[in-house]
Design a protein around this ligand. Structure first.
Ligand code: FAD
Length: 492
């Protein structure tokens, strides 16, 4: 049906060669295949995308380039507006096809709309394949027969039950044609982060993330977890520890899935294989497969709900009258609230670019309905900047959840920044690791150092108010006040 012609394969998220529908399609139609990656100025902004996140993404890009080189091909890297870059490339290489994977977040949808329109004008055929989610979200939408997407997990599980299991991953990597003729096109090879304008001034002190990006690391990491069959079949999300960090108590596959360095369908079917060989297994939504369903559900909601990442114009988000206090927000963001668990978590966020799910819960609750009464939109932006797994729909959905703006209504359940971590880590090892200033504080005071007598503070080499801040708010007082406020919102 499709005569072979020069073809561009535009890598955006699916930074892998395994189970890649767009790659498969491209190899089927290409007489000459041009794999490209565009460094879009929209993303090159350290105010928006933090160092760790950018570095992790570039590591994935680099690993992809390495894989393509095994086939005598390579990744051609461009800087610039995607529409302009693609148009230039199509003309230079005389391309008939442009292949890419479907993206569903709002920026990507608008970007792709522009690209699709321009390609139509130029007579270039776009072949768009689904692959970043378990299901093609447009197919799930047709199954809704005009009804809106369920906001509860039970409704979502019913929906996918109707559809059946997701498609299986592609079994083999297709043969990728060698790249011979480049013509007169100005492209570069994959840059180092220090070569990227805006990021070069960060010193190597920023190299604090223990996770390396790339498809090969992702596949290896997944394989290591798959060996732990007993752990997989007993996995139950609420029973993993937020204070474990060496190693963390969950898979930390999220950054790889986010960049598409790991195919979510491959991970799903590998988990299914393990589950099927055991009679006992936990069930969605708490099982590991259940976690992938949360992802899918939030992607579908993000795709179909207008203004999903904000309060205004978002039909599923309660308009809670948040208030903004810059000093409190900055204290939270900078890890200076005086609550060691919150501050350790915010330090981990910046150093690692990753936090355990329940740790995300605690800091999100603290910023919003728990203590500071600041809008979830502010917290979402901070997470978006620093998380190496920062993912538009999952991030917004979870922030709405934690702030009781959508999905979750038990506003009287507030996380204590003291009692909650103490349950998992009475010695405070997590705090001591991420906040070295509190390293010598006795365990009795590790979560409430302001209660330590002056002599104890002096012996621990940490005087409160000088070396580490006093709490910016009284948690118990704030909690009571904010529950009252939430009650009023819910009564309305
Ligand atoms: P595992 O427990 O090993 O789970 C396996 C995979 O399931 C994850 O890699 C992830 O892809 C998916 N998953 C797990 N939990 C969730 C969840 N609650 N919602 C959707 N998918 C899930 N996750 C992101 O990937 N990107 C984000 O930007 C993000 N922002 C969040 C913001 C807040 C306020 C909260 C509370 C949670 C957020 N999460 C986000 C969800 C969750 O915390 C992470 O996916 C998880 O902690 C990643 O660690 P893991 O890979 O070890 O997870």
């Amino acid at each position: 049906l499709y005569p072979k012609s020069p073809t561009i394969l535009w890598f955006r998220k699916s930074l892998r060669i395994h189970d890649n529908n767009a790659l498969l399609r491209a190899t089927q139609v290409a007489s000459q295949l041009y794999p490209i990656f565009i460094l879009d100025p929209y993303y090159i902004n350290p105010e928006k995308i933090g160092y760790q996140r950018f570095k992790f993404m570039l590591e994935c890009v680099k690993d992809l380039d390495k894989s393509l080189r095994k086939y005598q091909s390579r990744l051609l890297v461009f800087y610039g507006e995607p529409v302009t870059v693609i148009e230039r490339c199509c003309k230079a290489w005389n391309c008939a096809y442009l292949c890419f994977e479907k993206d569903t977040d709002i920026y990507s949808r608008n970007r792709d709309k522009k690209v699709l329109e321009r390609m139509k004008e130029l007579g270039i055929q776009c072949l768009v394949e689904s692959g970043h989610t378990l299901y093609d979200l447009d197919i799930l939408i047709t199954k809704l027969s005009g009804q809106s997407v369920p906001t509860q997990m039970t409704g979502f599980l019913k929906l996918i039950e109707q559809v059946g299991p997701p498609p299986r991953p592609i079994e083999h990597v297709p043969t990728i044609p060698p790249l011979n003729e480049l013509g007169n096109v100005d492209c570069s090879s994959v840059p180092e982060i220090d070569d990227i304008p805006g990021y070069s001034e960060f010193s190597s002190e920023c190299n604090t993330c223990p996770f390396q990006g790339g498809e090969s690391v992702a596949l290896e990491r997944m394989q290591q977890f798959l060996k732990r069959e007993d752990w997989i079949v007993k996995f139950s999300k609420p029973h993993t520890s937020p204070t474990s960090f060496d190693p963390p108590s969950t898979t930390v596959l999220s950054p790889y899935i986010k960049c598409g360095a790991l195919s979510v369908r491959l991970f799903f079917w590998e988990l299914k294989r393990v589950e099927d060989s055991h009679s006992f297994k936990t069930k969605p939504p708490t099982s590991l497969i259940g976690q992938l369903y949360w992802r899918e559900h939030f992607y579908l909601l993000g795709y179909t709900t207008p203004n999903f990442d904000q309060i205004q114009g978002n039909p599923i988000c309660k308009p809670i009258p948040w208030e903004y206090r810059e000093d409190w927000f900055l204290a939270w963001e900078r890890g200076q609230t005086g609550y060691p668990f919150i501050d350790a978590a915010m330090t981990q966020l910046k150093q690692w670019g990753w936090l355990h799910h329940l740790t995300r819960h605690v800091v999100a609750c603290f910023l919003t309905r728990g203590d500071l009464w600041i809008s979830w939109e502010k917290g979402k932006d901070t997470f978006e900047k620093y998380l190496i797994d920062g993912d538009w729909s999952i991030n917004a959905a979870n922030w709405m959840w934690l702030s009781c703006s959508a999905f979750f209504t038990r506003y009287f359940r507030v996380y204590s920044p003291i009692a909650f971590p103490k349950k998992y880590d009475p010695q405070g090892n997590y705090v001591r690791y991420f906040l070295p200033v509190l390293r010598n504080m006795p365990s009795k005071y590790i979560y409430e150092p302001w209660k330590a007598p002056l002599k104890v503070q002096q012996d621990a080499n940490c005087r409160i108010g000088k070396d580490y801040p006093f709490p910016i708010v009284d948690h118990e007082e704030m909690k009571k006040r904010n529950i009252q406020r939430m009650m009023q919102v819910f009564q309305k």
